[in-house]
Write a protein that binds this ligand. Structure first.
Ligand code: NAP
Ligand code: MG
Length: 503
């Protein structure tokens, strides 16, 4: 049963009913300087959910100045590591108290199934803040034995400064958490720009930062468009670092903006077209389920989606057919229905893009084994629903196999042997994730080492953990998030020389 508006959490009703959402700048919620707003929609129905302030360059400038003041001599420059720990832990507690508010907002704004939003998006966000709450007291430099007489040398690891953080719409809250938590743990201040399609949960996160006691100006949230607000943040001369997740196309624009302004640091988490490789000697029950889950999770709107499934020749037909049968069984519906496994895509644009690739498949010679178009049904007519689609007899050189579709569409590609699948798997611009299904230990390690990807899963797919680095080879990005690697992204190392001699 689809939850009705009246059955929503009262805090969701209050939030959505409370007039246009405002920007968080310097500890206060304010209108955009221009006074403009834009609408955010529910992708399950196409209905308008809320009006949101349309921040632009003027608002970005105010937010950056606030973040600068908080960092340069403001309260955040004097806070102790232990106090930062406590604030991050308190923030995690507040998110946990508002779990249902966040889960319902994510489902309303992005479309994803509520059961998944609760478990993964909100649950993962809480875990993530708690993990980074442990780091502030453990960010150490080193004493270094330089070969110079009468010298004491050491390193300090210091926060990089004001960080612009630009995030996408596929995991709105979690992507914000992946960026904000390590930045605060490292002692940085933040200007966060959520995606125009999904701005709501970031604003509630900002409110909770204040409630947790994080001083004004440390976390600022500017909603608005990428071409205006996002571009102004990337080009701002007072921003020390930009952290971006999204398309490779915009990643290139961010690098250009950084190089043409103050050479700010840039970390990029971009797209993928990840190979999920099924060898004939795998536990086939697990492998074929893993292949299906690896693409259909989050409607395929996932940078590590296993969107190229490679299957060894002699089990190809059986595995392709299983994935197709699995796809046909998935329940497509509004995310607010707890029976839903596949919600709508995020927007009309994304629907058009994905349908375009579904039509392209057969013209390139692929065969539609299941799905193949919009999902229909009484509940689905107004939303952006697509049937989970399996394209068999695909070849790695086809556009459906080379380009990131970012929808529930998988290309199933046959391969001959280990050498063949390593060559095909790596024959792609991206390098974010890879899956390997085999019971042969030597083969698993050999392929894991040979595939150019930031994360390799053996006999499992898609797991992440705050402690394990995440990021991409090749065009999938620069730098690694999670674990101590993310603390690296948000700190600078300073080498200090001290002359111990008689002057
Ligand atoms: P996108 O344009 O790269 O959006 C990501 C973020 O960048 C959004 O906050 C966006 O703002 C902002 N942005 C856009 N143009 C910008 C600019 N010139 N300067 C600074 N920031 C800018 O991604 P999309 O258009 O939403 O999706 C397009 C494709 O990107 C998808 O189909 C998918 O293939 C890929 N994608 C990948 C990931 C990933 O996790 N790697 C996530 C999302 C999308 P607004 O959207 O608010 O305008
Ligand atoms: Mg966009």
């Amino acid at each position: 049963m689809v939850m009705t508006a009246r059955e929503l959490d009262p805090r969701v009703q209050a939030f959505l009913g409370g007039g246009p959402k405002r920007l968080l700048i310097d500890g206060a919620f304010v209108e955009a300087s221009s006074g403009k707003t834009f609408a955010t929609h529910n992708p399950a129905t196409g209905e308008r959910l809320a009006e949101v302030a349309e921040g632009d360059a003027a608002d970005i400038d105010k937010a950056v100045q606030a973040a600068r003041r908080a960092f340069d001599g403001g309260p955040w420059s004097r806070i102790t590591p232990a106090e930062r720990s406590k604030l991050l832990w308190r923030l995690a507690d507040l998110i946990e108290e508002r779990s249902e508010l966040f889960a319902q907002l994510e489902t309303l704004d992005n479309g994803k199934p509520l059961t998944v939003a609760r478990r993964d998006d909100v649950g993962g966000t809480i875990d993530y803040f708690r993990y980074y709450a442990g780091w502030p007291t453990k960010i150490e430099g080193a004493t270094v034995p330089v070969s110079v007489a009468d010298t004491f040398a050491y390193t300090l690891r210091q926060p990089v400064g004001v960080c612009g953080q630009i995030v996408p719409w596929n995991y709105p809250l979690m992507m914000a958490a992946w960026k904000v938590a390590p930045a605060l743990a490292a002692g940085c201040t933040v200007v966060l720009k959520p995606a125009e399609q999904t701005p709501l949960s970031a604003l509630v996160l900002g409110e909770l930062c204040l409630e947790a006691g994080i001083p004004a100006g440390v976390v600022n949230v500017v909603t608005g468009y990428g071409e205006t607000a996002g571009a102004a943040l990337a080009a701002h001369p007072k921003v020390d670092k930009i952290a971006f997740t999204g398309s490779s196309e915009v990643g290139r624009l961010i690098l250009r903006a950084a190089s043409q302004s103050n050479l700010k640091k840039v970390s990029l988490e971009l797209g993928g077209k990840s190979p999920n490789i099924v060898f004939a000697d795998a536990d086939l029950d697990a492998a074929r389920e893993g292949a299906a889950a690896g693409i259909f999770y989050n409607m395929g709107q996932d940078c590590t989606a296993g969107s190229r499934v490679f299957v060894e020749g002699r089990v190809y037909d059986e595995v392709a057919q299983f994935i197709a049968d699995q796809a046909a069984k998935l329940t497509v519906g509004p995310g607010l229905d707890e029976a839903t496994e596949i919600g709508p895509l995020v927007s009309q644009d994304q629907l058009d893009k994905v349908l375009g690739y579904i039509q392209l498949g057969p013209t390139e010679g692929a065969r539609v084994l299941s799905g193949g178009g919009r999902a229909d049904g009484p509940d689905l007519a107004r939303g952006f629903f697509v049937k989970p689609t399996v394209l068999a007899d695909a070849r790695n050189e086809m556009r459906i196999a080379q380009e990131e579709i970012f929808g529930p569409v998988v290309s199933v590609i046959p391969f001959r042997d280990v050498e063949d699948v390593i060559r095909q798997g790596n024959d792609i611009a991206y390098g974010l994730g890879a899956g390997i299904w085999t019971q042969n230990l030597a083969k698993a390690h050999k392929v894991a080492a040979a595939i150019k990807a930031g994360t390799v899963w053996v006999n499992t797919y898609g797991a992440t953990d705050p402690a394990l680095p995440f990021g991409g080879f090749k065009e999938s990005g620069h730098g690694r998030e999670m674990g101590f690697e993310a603390i690296h992204l948000y700190t600078e190392v300073k080498s200090v020389w001290v002359n111990l001699g008689e002057s």
